[in-house]
Design a protein around this ligand. Structure first.
Ligand code: NAG
Ligand code: NAG
Ligand code: NAG
Ligand code: NAG
Length: 434
């Protein structure tokens, strides 16, 4: 008993000693301190906003990433505990893959989509919710969307499409829709059991690729979902892990959260290519010497980084409601060894890793050069993962480092201090994870 408490105490004392070194360490250890005191209720929201109110310190560039070291140690401990505590138990699992755009989430989502007959996989169902709740200003009311996201996900994990239906435009009639976003990305929605007879003359934008099916009958989808053992949903729209707490606490569900993150510099680079319209002001700033960067763009970038960082901090803190339910994955590690990472994710969820998934990964990561889809990028992973280093102007890299510094540090992405360093491939910008 005594030893059991002594270990965290020693660890905490050690933390206090190094606390003065670094602002970020103190933030993480604050949380660890909270965790060591069971009587203290943890209000993620409160500590989250307290964090946000503090000035973001731009870490000095030469400094080794001590926040990352700390997180690594923390991860090791919780992972060990997780493996001890979570043997593969039979029973249903609800997997939620949380990411943001351009972090490789489609690729990682496939790890579950390819699982086989036991898995019901949905790709971005929240697209409809966000679309309907988008205000005239182009933004959304964060409180309202968070609530809707959580409720829709809860219904979907229970194989109930009724709430999602109310967000689909045009509104489905008799539970039939020709407009479900990216239907073809869910193999579960194009299987025979969900494939109603093809109807001539009905245009379906997101129709099944390999099978000719009629518009989606959501009653059939729901019936098929209920017959599957596990469910997995991929989302890029949830900003804060915290809003999903009701899912973890719902006794009808058994949710496992997998959060996928990627170097914000790489994400920016990829988004500028993927959404040139949205990044017009960035491009203007980068190409025009006299142009200033739009304040709002910087704020958006900062808020994205902060949201991801706060979600990860919450996940790693492992409050009771998240215990054994949270896994953090860096896209760079997936790209380096996709099969190992996929197998680790399966181990975490407690679902056996199937040969189909492994075969799919091997096949997809060995696509020839001329077939330059998303998955072909895996061939020379090191090269692909670091491609942004040659496309993103140094000026933009500096800005991301300034605005997202604490996020970079926490996840183990190294800062560059010169353009030469940025372009020098022999210098790795990724700290080794576990
Ligand atoms: C935060 O930054 C502002 C403006 O740069 C400054 O006025 C303020 O004193 C800083 N607060 C702290 C706690 O450092
Ligand atoms: C956002 O939505 C919440 C809940 O629906 C509502 O109470 C609040 O007034 C809304 N805020 C704004 C700024 O519209
Ligand atoms: C949709 O599927 C359900 C369940 O299989 C079936 O009862 C219903 O008739 C179908 N709807 C249409 C319009 O075909
Ligand atoms: C991948 O590309 C990097 C950089 O061009 C190179 O150093 C490495 O040898 C390549 N790896 C493989 C497996 O081809």
């Amino acid at each position: 008993m005594k030893i059991k408490y002594a270990v965290p105490v020693v660890f905490f004392v050690a933390l206090v000693i190094i606390q003065k070194e670094n602002n970020i360490i103190s933030r993480v250890s604050d949380k660890l301190a909270l965790k060591q005191t069971p009587q203290t209720p943890i209000h993620a929201g409160r500590s989250g906003s307290a964090l946000a109110r503090r000035n973001v310190s731009v870490p000095s560039l030469a400094e080794p990433s001590s926040a990352f070291t700390l997180m690594k140690r923390h991860l090791e401990r919780y992972r060990k505990r997780q493996l001890e505590a979570a043997p593969i138990i039979n029973g249903r699992k609800d997997i939620l893959l949380l990411a943001t755009t351009r972090t490789g989430s489609s690729f990682v989502g496939e790890f579950f989509n390819q699982h086989g007959d036991n898995m019901f996989y949905l790709y971005e169902p929240l697209w409809h919710v966000e679309k309907m709740l988008t205000l005239e200003t182009g933004g959304t009311n964060a409180t309202a969307t968070a609530k809707a996201y959580c409720n829709v996900l809860r219904h979907l994990f229970l194989c109930d499409f009724s709430l999602l239906e109310s967000f689909i435009e045009p509104l489905p009639m008799d539970h039939i829709t020709a407009s479900l976003f990216r239907r073809e990305s869910s193999s579960s929605l194009c299987q025979e059991a969900v494939c109603s007879p093809f109807v001539k003359g009905v245009y379906e934008r997101y129709r099944c690729r390999n099978t000719r099916c009629g518009p989606l009958n959501l009653t059939m989808a729901s019936e098929s979902c209920l017959l599957k053992e596990h469910r997995a949903i991929k989302v890029v729209r949830v900003r804060q892990l915290e809003i999903l707490r009701p899912l973890a606490e719902d006794p009808r569900l058994n949710v496992k959260f997998i959060q996928l993150v990627r170097d914000p510099r790489a994400v920016l680079s990829s988004r500028m290519v993927a959404f040139p319209g949205k990044y017009k002001t960035w491009n203007n700033w980068l190409t025009n010497k006299d142009a200033d960067i739009d304040d709002n763009e910087v704020k958006k970038l900062k808020s994205n980084c902060d949201n991801i960082r706060m979600s990860v901090e919450l996940g790693l803190r492992q409050p009771l409601w998240l215990r054994n339910r949270y896994m953090l994955v860096r896209y760079e590690d997936v790209a380096r060894s996709p099969v190992n990472k996929a197998s680790e994710m399966y181990k975490f969820t407690g679902i056996p890793f199937t040969p189909q998934v492994k075969d799919w990964i091997l096949k997809s990561t060995q696509v020839s050069k001329e077939n330059r889809g998303l998955y072909s990028t895996q061939k020379n992973s090191t090269e692909q993962v670091e491609k942004w280093r040659f496309s993103l102007p140094y000026k933009a890299v500096q800005l991301v480092q300034k605005v997202c510094g604490s996020t970079l540090k926490l996840f183990g992405y190294r800062f560059v201090t010169s353009e030469e360093m940025l372009r020098d491939e022999s210098i790795s910008l990724i700290e080794d994870f576990l």
